[in-house]
Design a protein around this ligand. Structure first.
Ligand code: AGP
Length: 587
């Protein structure tokens, strides 16, 4: 399970009937070091590798978590949205928490709900929890049993050969060394396992036996869930990524958002006079989208700086300036240097980060986690989509503190909620995009063009292509072509044009005519129903209509796939491009 990212790990077993939990912060080796030489005589147990969503990576925050009476142990993959309310209620009832993790709540709730039947206690608990879980539970009260349940997080049951017993895990990868016979559990289902048998139920009804399936992957493939590369797996997760980035943060009836990580700085956000974004690479392009969003919808002045440049800035930052750092890894040295510089200049610093407990999240005053799970491929894809979603949520929050009407906010949030389905529609054009990639894989130069908030998407599309296919690619504002780059255009230069039906459609259409007149080969991303673009473009990829301010979130998806398939066609390694690292922790 290590590939899914980890910052701590642990196990729970029965040793002579006593519940024993051993857990350590850091790499798996820290846990095996503590366990080496220890003998356990146990046939029931839990194991966990943590990808933190709440609470720093520490021994206490590692799973398994136990209740006050040390009778129940749980492991959890997911997030509890109503953590605060449940935790304060349990504390009022006298429960003592030993960690900052949201997951520990499950152990105390099960203890509260246990009246002699573990399955019933777990079912009652799941009625009280809002959020996502892949959950495993064992109890000293019923030591021959494991109860597991899933909602919003994966869970698979493995059947060991020769009736040796059962495994349940978040991922097929964990069980392949032991069995290839698996039963996939569905959302809302709970499975009760003893040494001899298992039974699956959903709510009150016990379900008939479900046929098992034989996994035909090997371990390496299973970590990619059958995809050839992590990059493709992570692109294909992007519909879910939008859901995860919004989970528990949208207040549709109020036309507002709730960003837990910003609660303590809401007054400063309300009185902010200027925002400066700092980041590197793909995250920098997300900042540029943030600039368009906030300036157009909130009316706040925004600047965007390359983190590697901002760190030398002599800017004078007054109290009203907020510096926001965006970083998937949370460990990018230039971004950290920019944050430290901003703090020296007296600004409030915020972070938009994917890795919980990372340096950026610890060195900024407050922030927002992406909650999209580990991004393994060096080329950032799902994290970028999540960054854009979170910037829309931040825009609504800042907007509603200022001039944004409830109706406008509701319109934006409603359409944002439609994007997972629209991204699914785009991903179904995989083969179309693969065909286009094959036609242009031998090109040696590309230009990507877009206007307004699709200009940063042109930059990001160019970056994706160059970093994994090693083809020279540039992103340009569409209106800038005639000021020089047009001299480059001939039939050997593919031009990728972002031309949604938005407020600058006609202007971008005339840019396409300029390119066409010079035999440039146009690959256009247009809106479904557009009848003009196909007269000018060699290929058109049609995208569902959405609000102009949300078009970047849809437009980036085909560009990621285009870069992926061109790199694949060229036989590039893709997940680990030459010369690059996933997190640039050096300056
Ligand atoms: C993007 O595909 C690259 N891997 C790179 O530009 C990356 O976005 C940049 O290094 C910033 O990384 P961070 O988001 O982890 O700070």
């Amino acid at each position: 399970m290590e590939y899914r990212g980890y910052d701590s790990s642990g196990i729970a077993l029965f040793d002579q009937g006593k519940l024993t939990v051993v857990k350590k912060q850091g790499k798996l080796g820290n846990l095996t070091a503590v366990l080496s030489g220890k003998e356990f005589n146990s046939t029931v147990g839990l194991g966990h590798i943590r990808w933190a969503t709440h609470g720093e990576p520490t021994d206490q925050n590692a799973h398994p978590h136990v209740d006050c009476g040390h009778k129940f142990a749980i492991v959890h993959n997911g997030i509890i949205e109503n953590m605060a309310e449940l935790k304060s209620r349990l504390k009022r009832d006298g429960h003592v928490f030993t960690s900052q993790s949201d997951s520990e709540i499950f152990a105390h709730l099960i203890e509260k709900n246990y009246h002699g039947n573990l399955v019933q206690a777990v079912k009652q608990t799941l009625l009280e929890v809002k959020g996502a879980y892949g959950l495993g539970v064992i109890s000293a009260a019923e030591p021959d049993k494991i109860v597991a349940a899933r909602l919003g997080s994966p869970l698979v049951l493995g059947i060991l050969p020769e009736q040796e017993g059962f495994l349940v895990a978040s991922d097929v990868a964990a069980m392949l060394p032991f069995t290839k016979e698996v039963v996939y559990l569905e959302d809302g289902e709970l499975v009760e396992i003893t040494g001899e048998q298992y039974s699956i139920s959903n709510g009150k009804t016990r379900l008939d036996k479900r046929d098992s399936q034989t996994v035909d992957w090997d371990l390496a493939e299973a970590e990619k869930e059958g995809y050839e590369h992590f990059m493709l797996k992570e692109i294909m997760e992007e519909s879910k990524v939008v859901v995860e980035s919004m989970r528990g943060r949208v207040l549709p009836d109020e036309g507002n958002v709730k960003l837990g990580g910003l609660i303590d700085v809401m007054p400063q956000l309300a009185s902010a006079k200027r925002i400066i974004f700092v980041a590197c690479g793909t995250a920098h392009y997300a900042c540029r989208i943030g600039e368009y969003l906030i300036e157009s919808q909130v009316g706040l002045p925004v600047e965007v700086e390359y983190a590697s440049e901002f760190r030398y800035s002599e800017a004078t930052l007054d109290q009203g300036t907020i510096v926001i750092a965006i970083s998937q890894s949370g460990e990018t040295a230039d971004t950290l240097a920019a944050i430290r510089h901003a703090k020296k200049l007296g600004a409030l610093t915020l972070g938009i980060v994917n890795v919980v407990g990372s340096s950026v999240s610890r060195e900024t005053t407050a922030g927002i986690y992406n909650h999209v799970g580990p991004e393994i491929s060096v080329a950032s894809t799902k994290a970028f989509v999540s960054q854009l979603v979170i910037l829309v949520l931040l825009m609504v929050l800042l907007g509603r503190q200022r001039r944004m009407t409830v109706d406008r906010a509701k319109e934006i949030l409603r359409e944002l909620g439609q994007l997972p389905g629209k991204i699914k529609e785009i991903l179904q054009q995989q083969e179309v995009i693969q065909e286009i990639a094959k036609r242009y894989a031998a090109s040696t130069n590309f230009i990507f063009i877009g206007r307004k908030l699709n200009y940063p998407i042109a930059l990001e599309g160019a970056l994706k292509l160059k970093e994994i296919s090693y083809i020279h690619a540039e992103g340009y504002p569409a209106g800038e072509l005639k000021h020089g780059p047009l001299a480059l255009i001939d039939q050997t230069w593919p031009v990728v044009a972002l031309i949604p039906q938005d407020s600058v459609y006609e202007k971008t259409l005339s840019n396409l005519q300029e390119v066409k007149a010079r035999q440039g080969k146009i690959i256009a991303l247009a809106t479904v129903g557009d009848t003009q673009v196909k007269e000018l473009a060699e290929q058109v990829i049609y995208l569902p209509k959405t609000l102009e301010i949300l078009t970047p979130i849809l437009n980036v998806v085909p560009l990621q796939l285009l870069a992926y398939y061109i790199a694949k066609e060229r036989g590039c390694p893709i997940d680990q491009p030459r010369n690059l690292a996933k997190s640039v922790t050096v300056e």
